[in-house]
Design a protein around this ligand. Sequence first.
Ligand code: AGP
Length: 611
Amino acid sequence: MCGIVGYIGSGNAKDVIIDGLKKLEYRGYDSAGIAVVRDGKLEIKKHVGGIANLENLIGDDPMTSNVGIGHTRWATHGAPSDINAHPHGNQDNTIAIVHNGIIENYQELKQELIEKYGVEFKSETDTEVIAQLIGVIYREKKDLLDSVYSAVSKMRGAYAIAAVAQDEPDKIVAVRKDAPLIAGLGKDSNFIASDIPALLKYVKEIYLIENNETVLLTKDQVKIFDENRNEVKREVFHVTWDADAAEKEGYDHFMLKEIFEQPKGLSETLNRRLNDEGKIKLEGITLTKEHIENISKIYIVACGTAYHAGLVGKYIIEKLASIPVEVDVASEFRYRSPLVDKNTLFIAISQSGETLDTLAALREAKDKGARVLSVVNVVGSSVARESDDVFYTWAGPEIAVASTKAYTTQLMCMYMIALYMGLEKGSITREYYDKFIMDLKAVPDKLENFLKNVSQIERDAKMLYNKEQVFFIGRGLDSAVSYEGSLKLKEISYINSFAIAAGELKHGTIALMEPGTLVIALACQDFLYEKMVSNIQEIKARGAYVVSVAKEGNDAIAKQSDQMIYIPECRDEIAPLLSVVPLQLFAYYVAKERGCNIDKPKNLAKSVTVE
Ligand code: AGP
């Protein structure tokens, strides 16, 4: 997630801003920058990499100024680089802005600015479009607040923006739509920021800025206006958090925060790729109808959680696009002389984009002539750079080692890839496609509602946290999800956890069933529901303690289970997007009850960049 910090007051803006940006480093970023107005001149300094690189660039220059804005960038459009870093200026460098979010119609706006105003763009970002747009409007209006209002009325997407103007060094203008923004109220100084940690050192009183509100900051006052420019009166929010709690926005751990961020991540990953007719627009992906028709086999290759996303991807792509799919862990793929040729599509899935096993497998497939599509969360990462096409999961930075929101947004990408290929190939009808998209669009709200009451899962976890071994079982897509549920539990609670296809139990594993053995049974596939009920009866007969996960309304299974967790009703194919969440939460609450280091489990790294 990008971080924004702005300051106007009697102090030196550069010092306050750099300090504030450092407090936002936990959000993950790839470049940083600052803009101040010094002696009537706008100055922008920015650098790829950490804030230390920016400080080295600034050196001993005090950049003396009472007004400025700063930014830490999490790339979405345009790889991490000096030129793509924020702040971005307009053509004559009299306006500077910083931005968090995605402008959906930036291409159209960019084209108009080039053709109508002769603007010459320097960067690949959607953010520079905002700076240039405000700049051309400012030439006529000569008023920053007016210009921001006018520019924003042309933009579609999500944004938190802060802007300064060389000719108006007594103010900062900021605006919020679907990206966080707060204003800090100081003594003869005021602040704007993405998040509370940036300001905690200076202020404890803030305004929470709401959607479609614009903020005018001077050193003596903060005014908030609605979209019709009516001034809004806002209650002061008194911050009681300490810095650590503030970084997690009040959640006890990043993992829990990221579990609860999933509805937003799913919505961003899907909706920003739907055009006005509801068709998937795979921006920047060059996989044509001809390419798709010539694909003889797809390999999905990844590690850990990303591999489990591939297991779901296999079912869905084979069903919707009728193309054979093999799923492999990257560390195995490399050494088994895989049958790859120019008609192979190699899909690499990786949250970090730096997992060495996955990167090495990708290179092996490319050497053998395969076309590479990667599903990655970190823009400009190694896997992304070495792929022919990249499908970004817009989950935002995932800080906890245990992957959650990256997994569900990876699944969303699997669905979109399958739908896109199926429609291009004609293996699904446009009617089927539209209905599937409608069902996907309903998931974020369903998940949001589910997350409103997870107390049952917490109670189950508190009752079951001391089990020494836990089994996860399921059939079909539920089997794929059970592997992910098992990994979550073992990697953060250190309980020996085991996933197996329910139909496989009778071929040996059922010998392990004893009175009290804990089994988490997934039964979210209607067409396999009866078989799952039978499997549960078999293990109950041997004394197992069964916690079943099923869709609302499926009561028969409750009679066979010791505990029930219901997920919202949905079509079978997209049940994984919902059924994995109770498993994530179960693992989280068990690990919490066991006093484990949830965000940084022992022996694990967020990105495994070694063999
Ligand atoms: C998942 O919770 C683990 N952190 C781990 O299995 C992870 O999924 C795996 O290392 C792959 O990482 P990547 O997605 O960054 O490639």
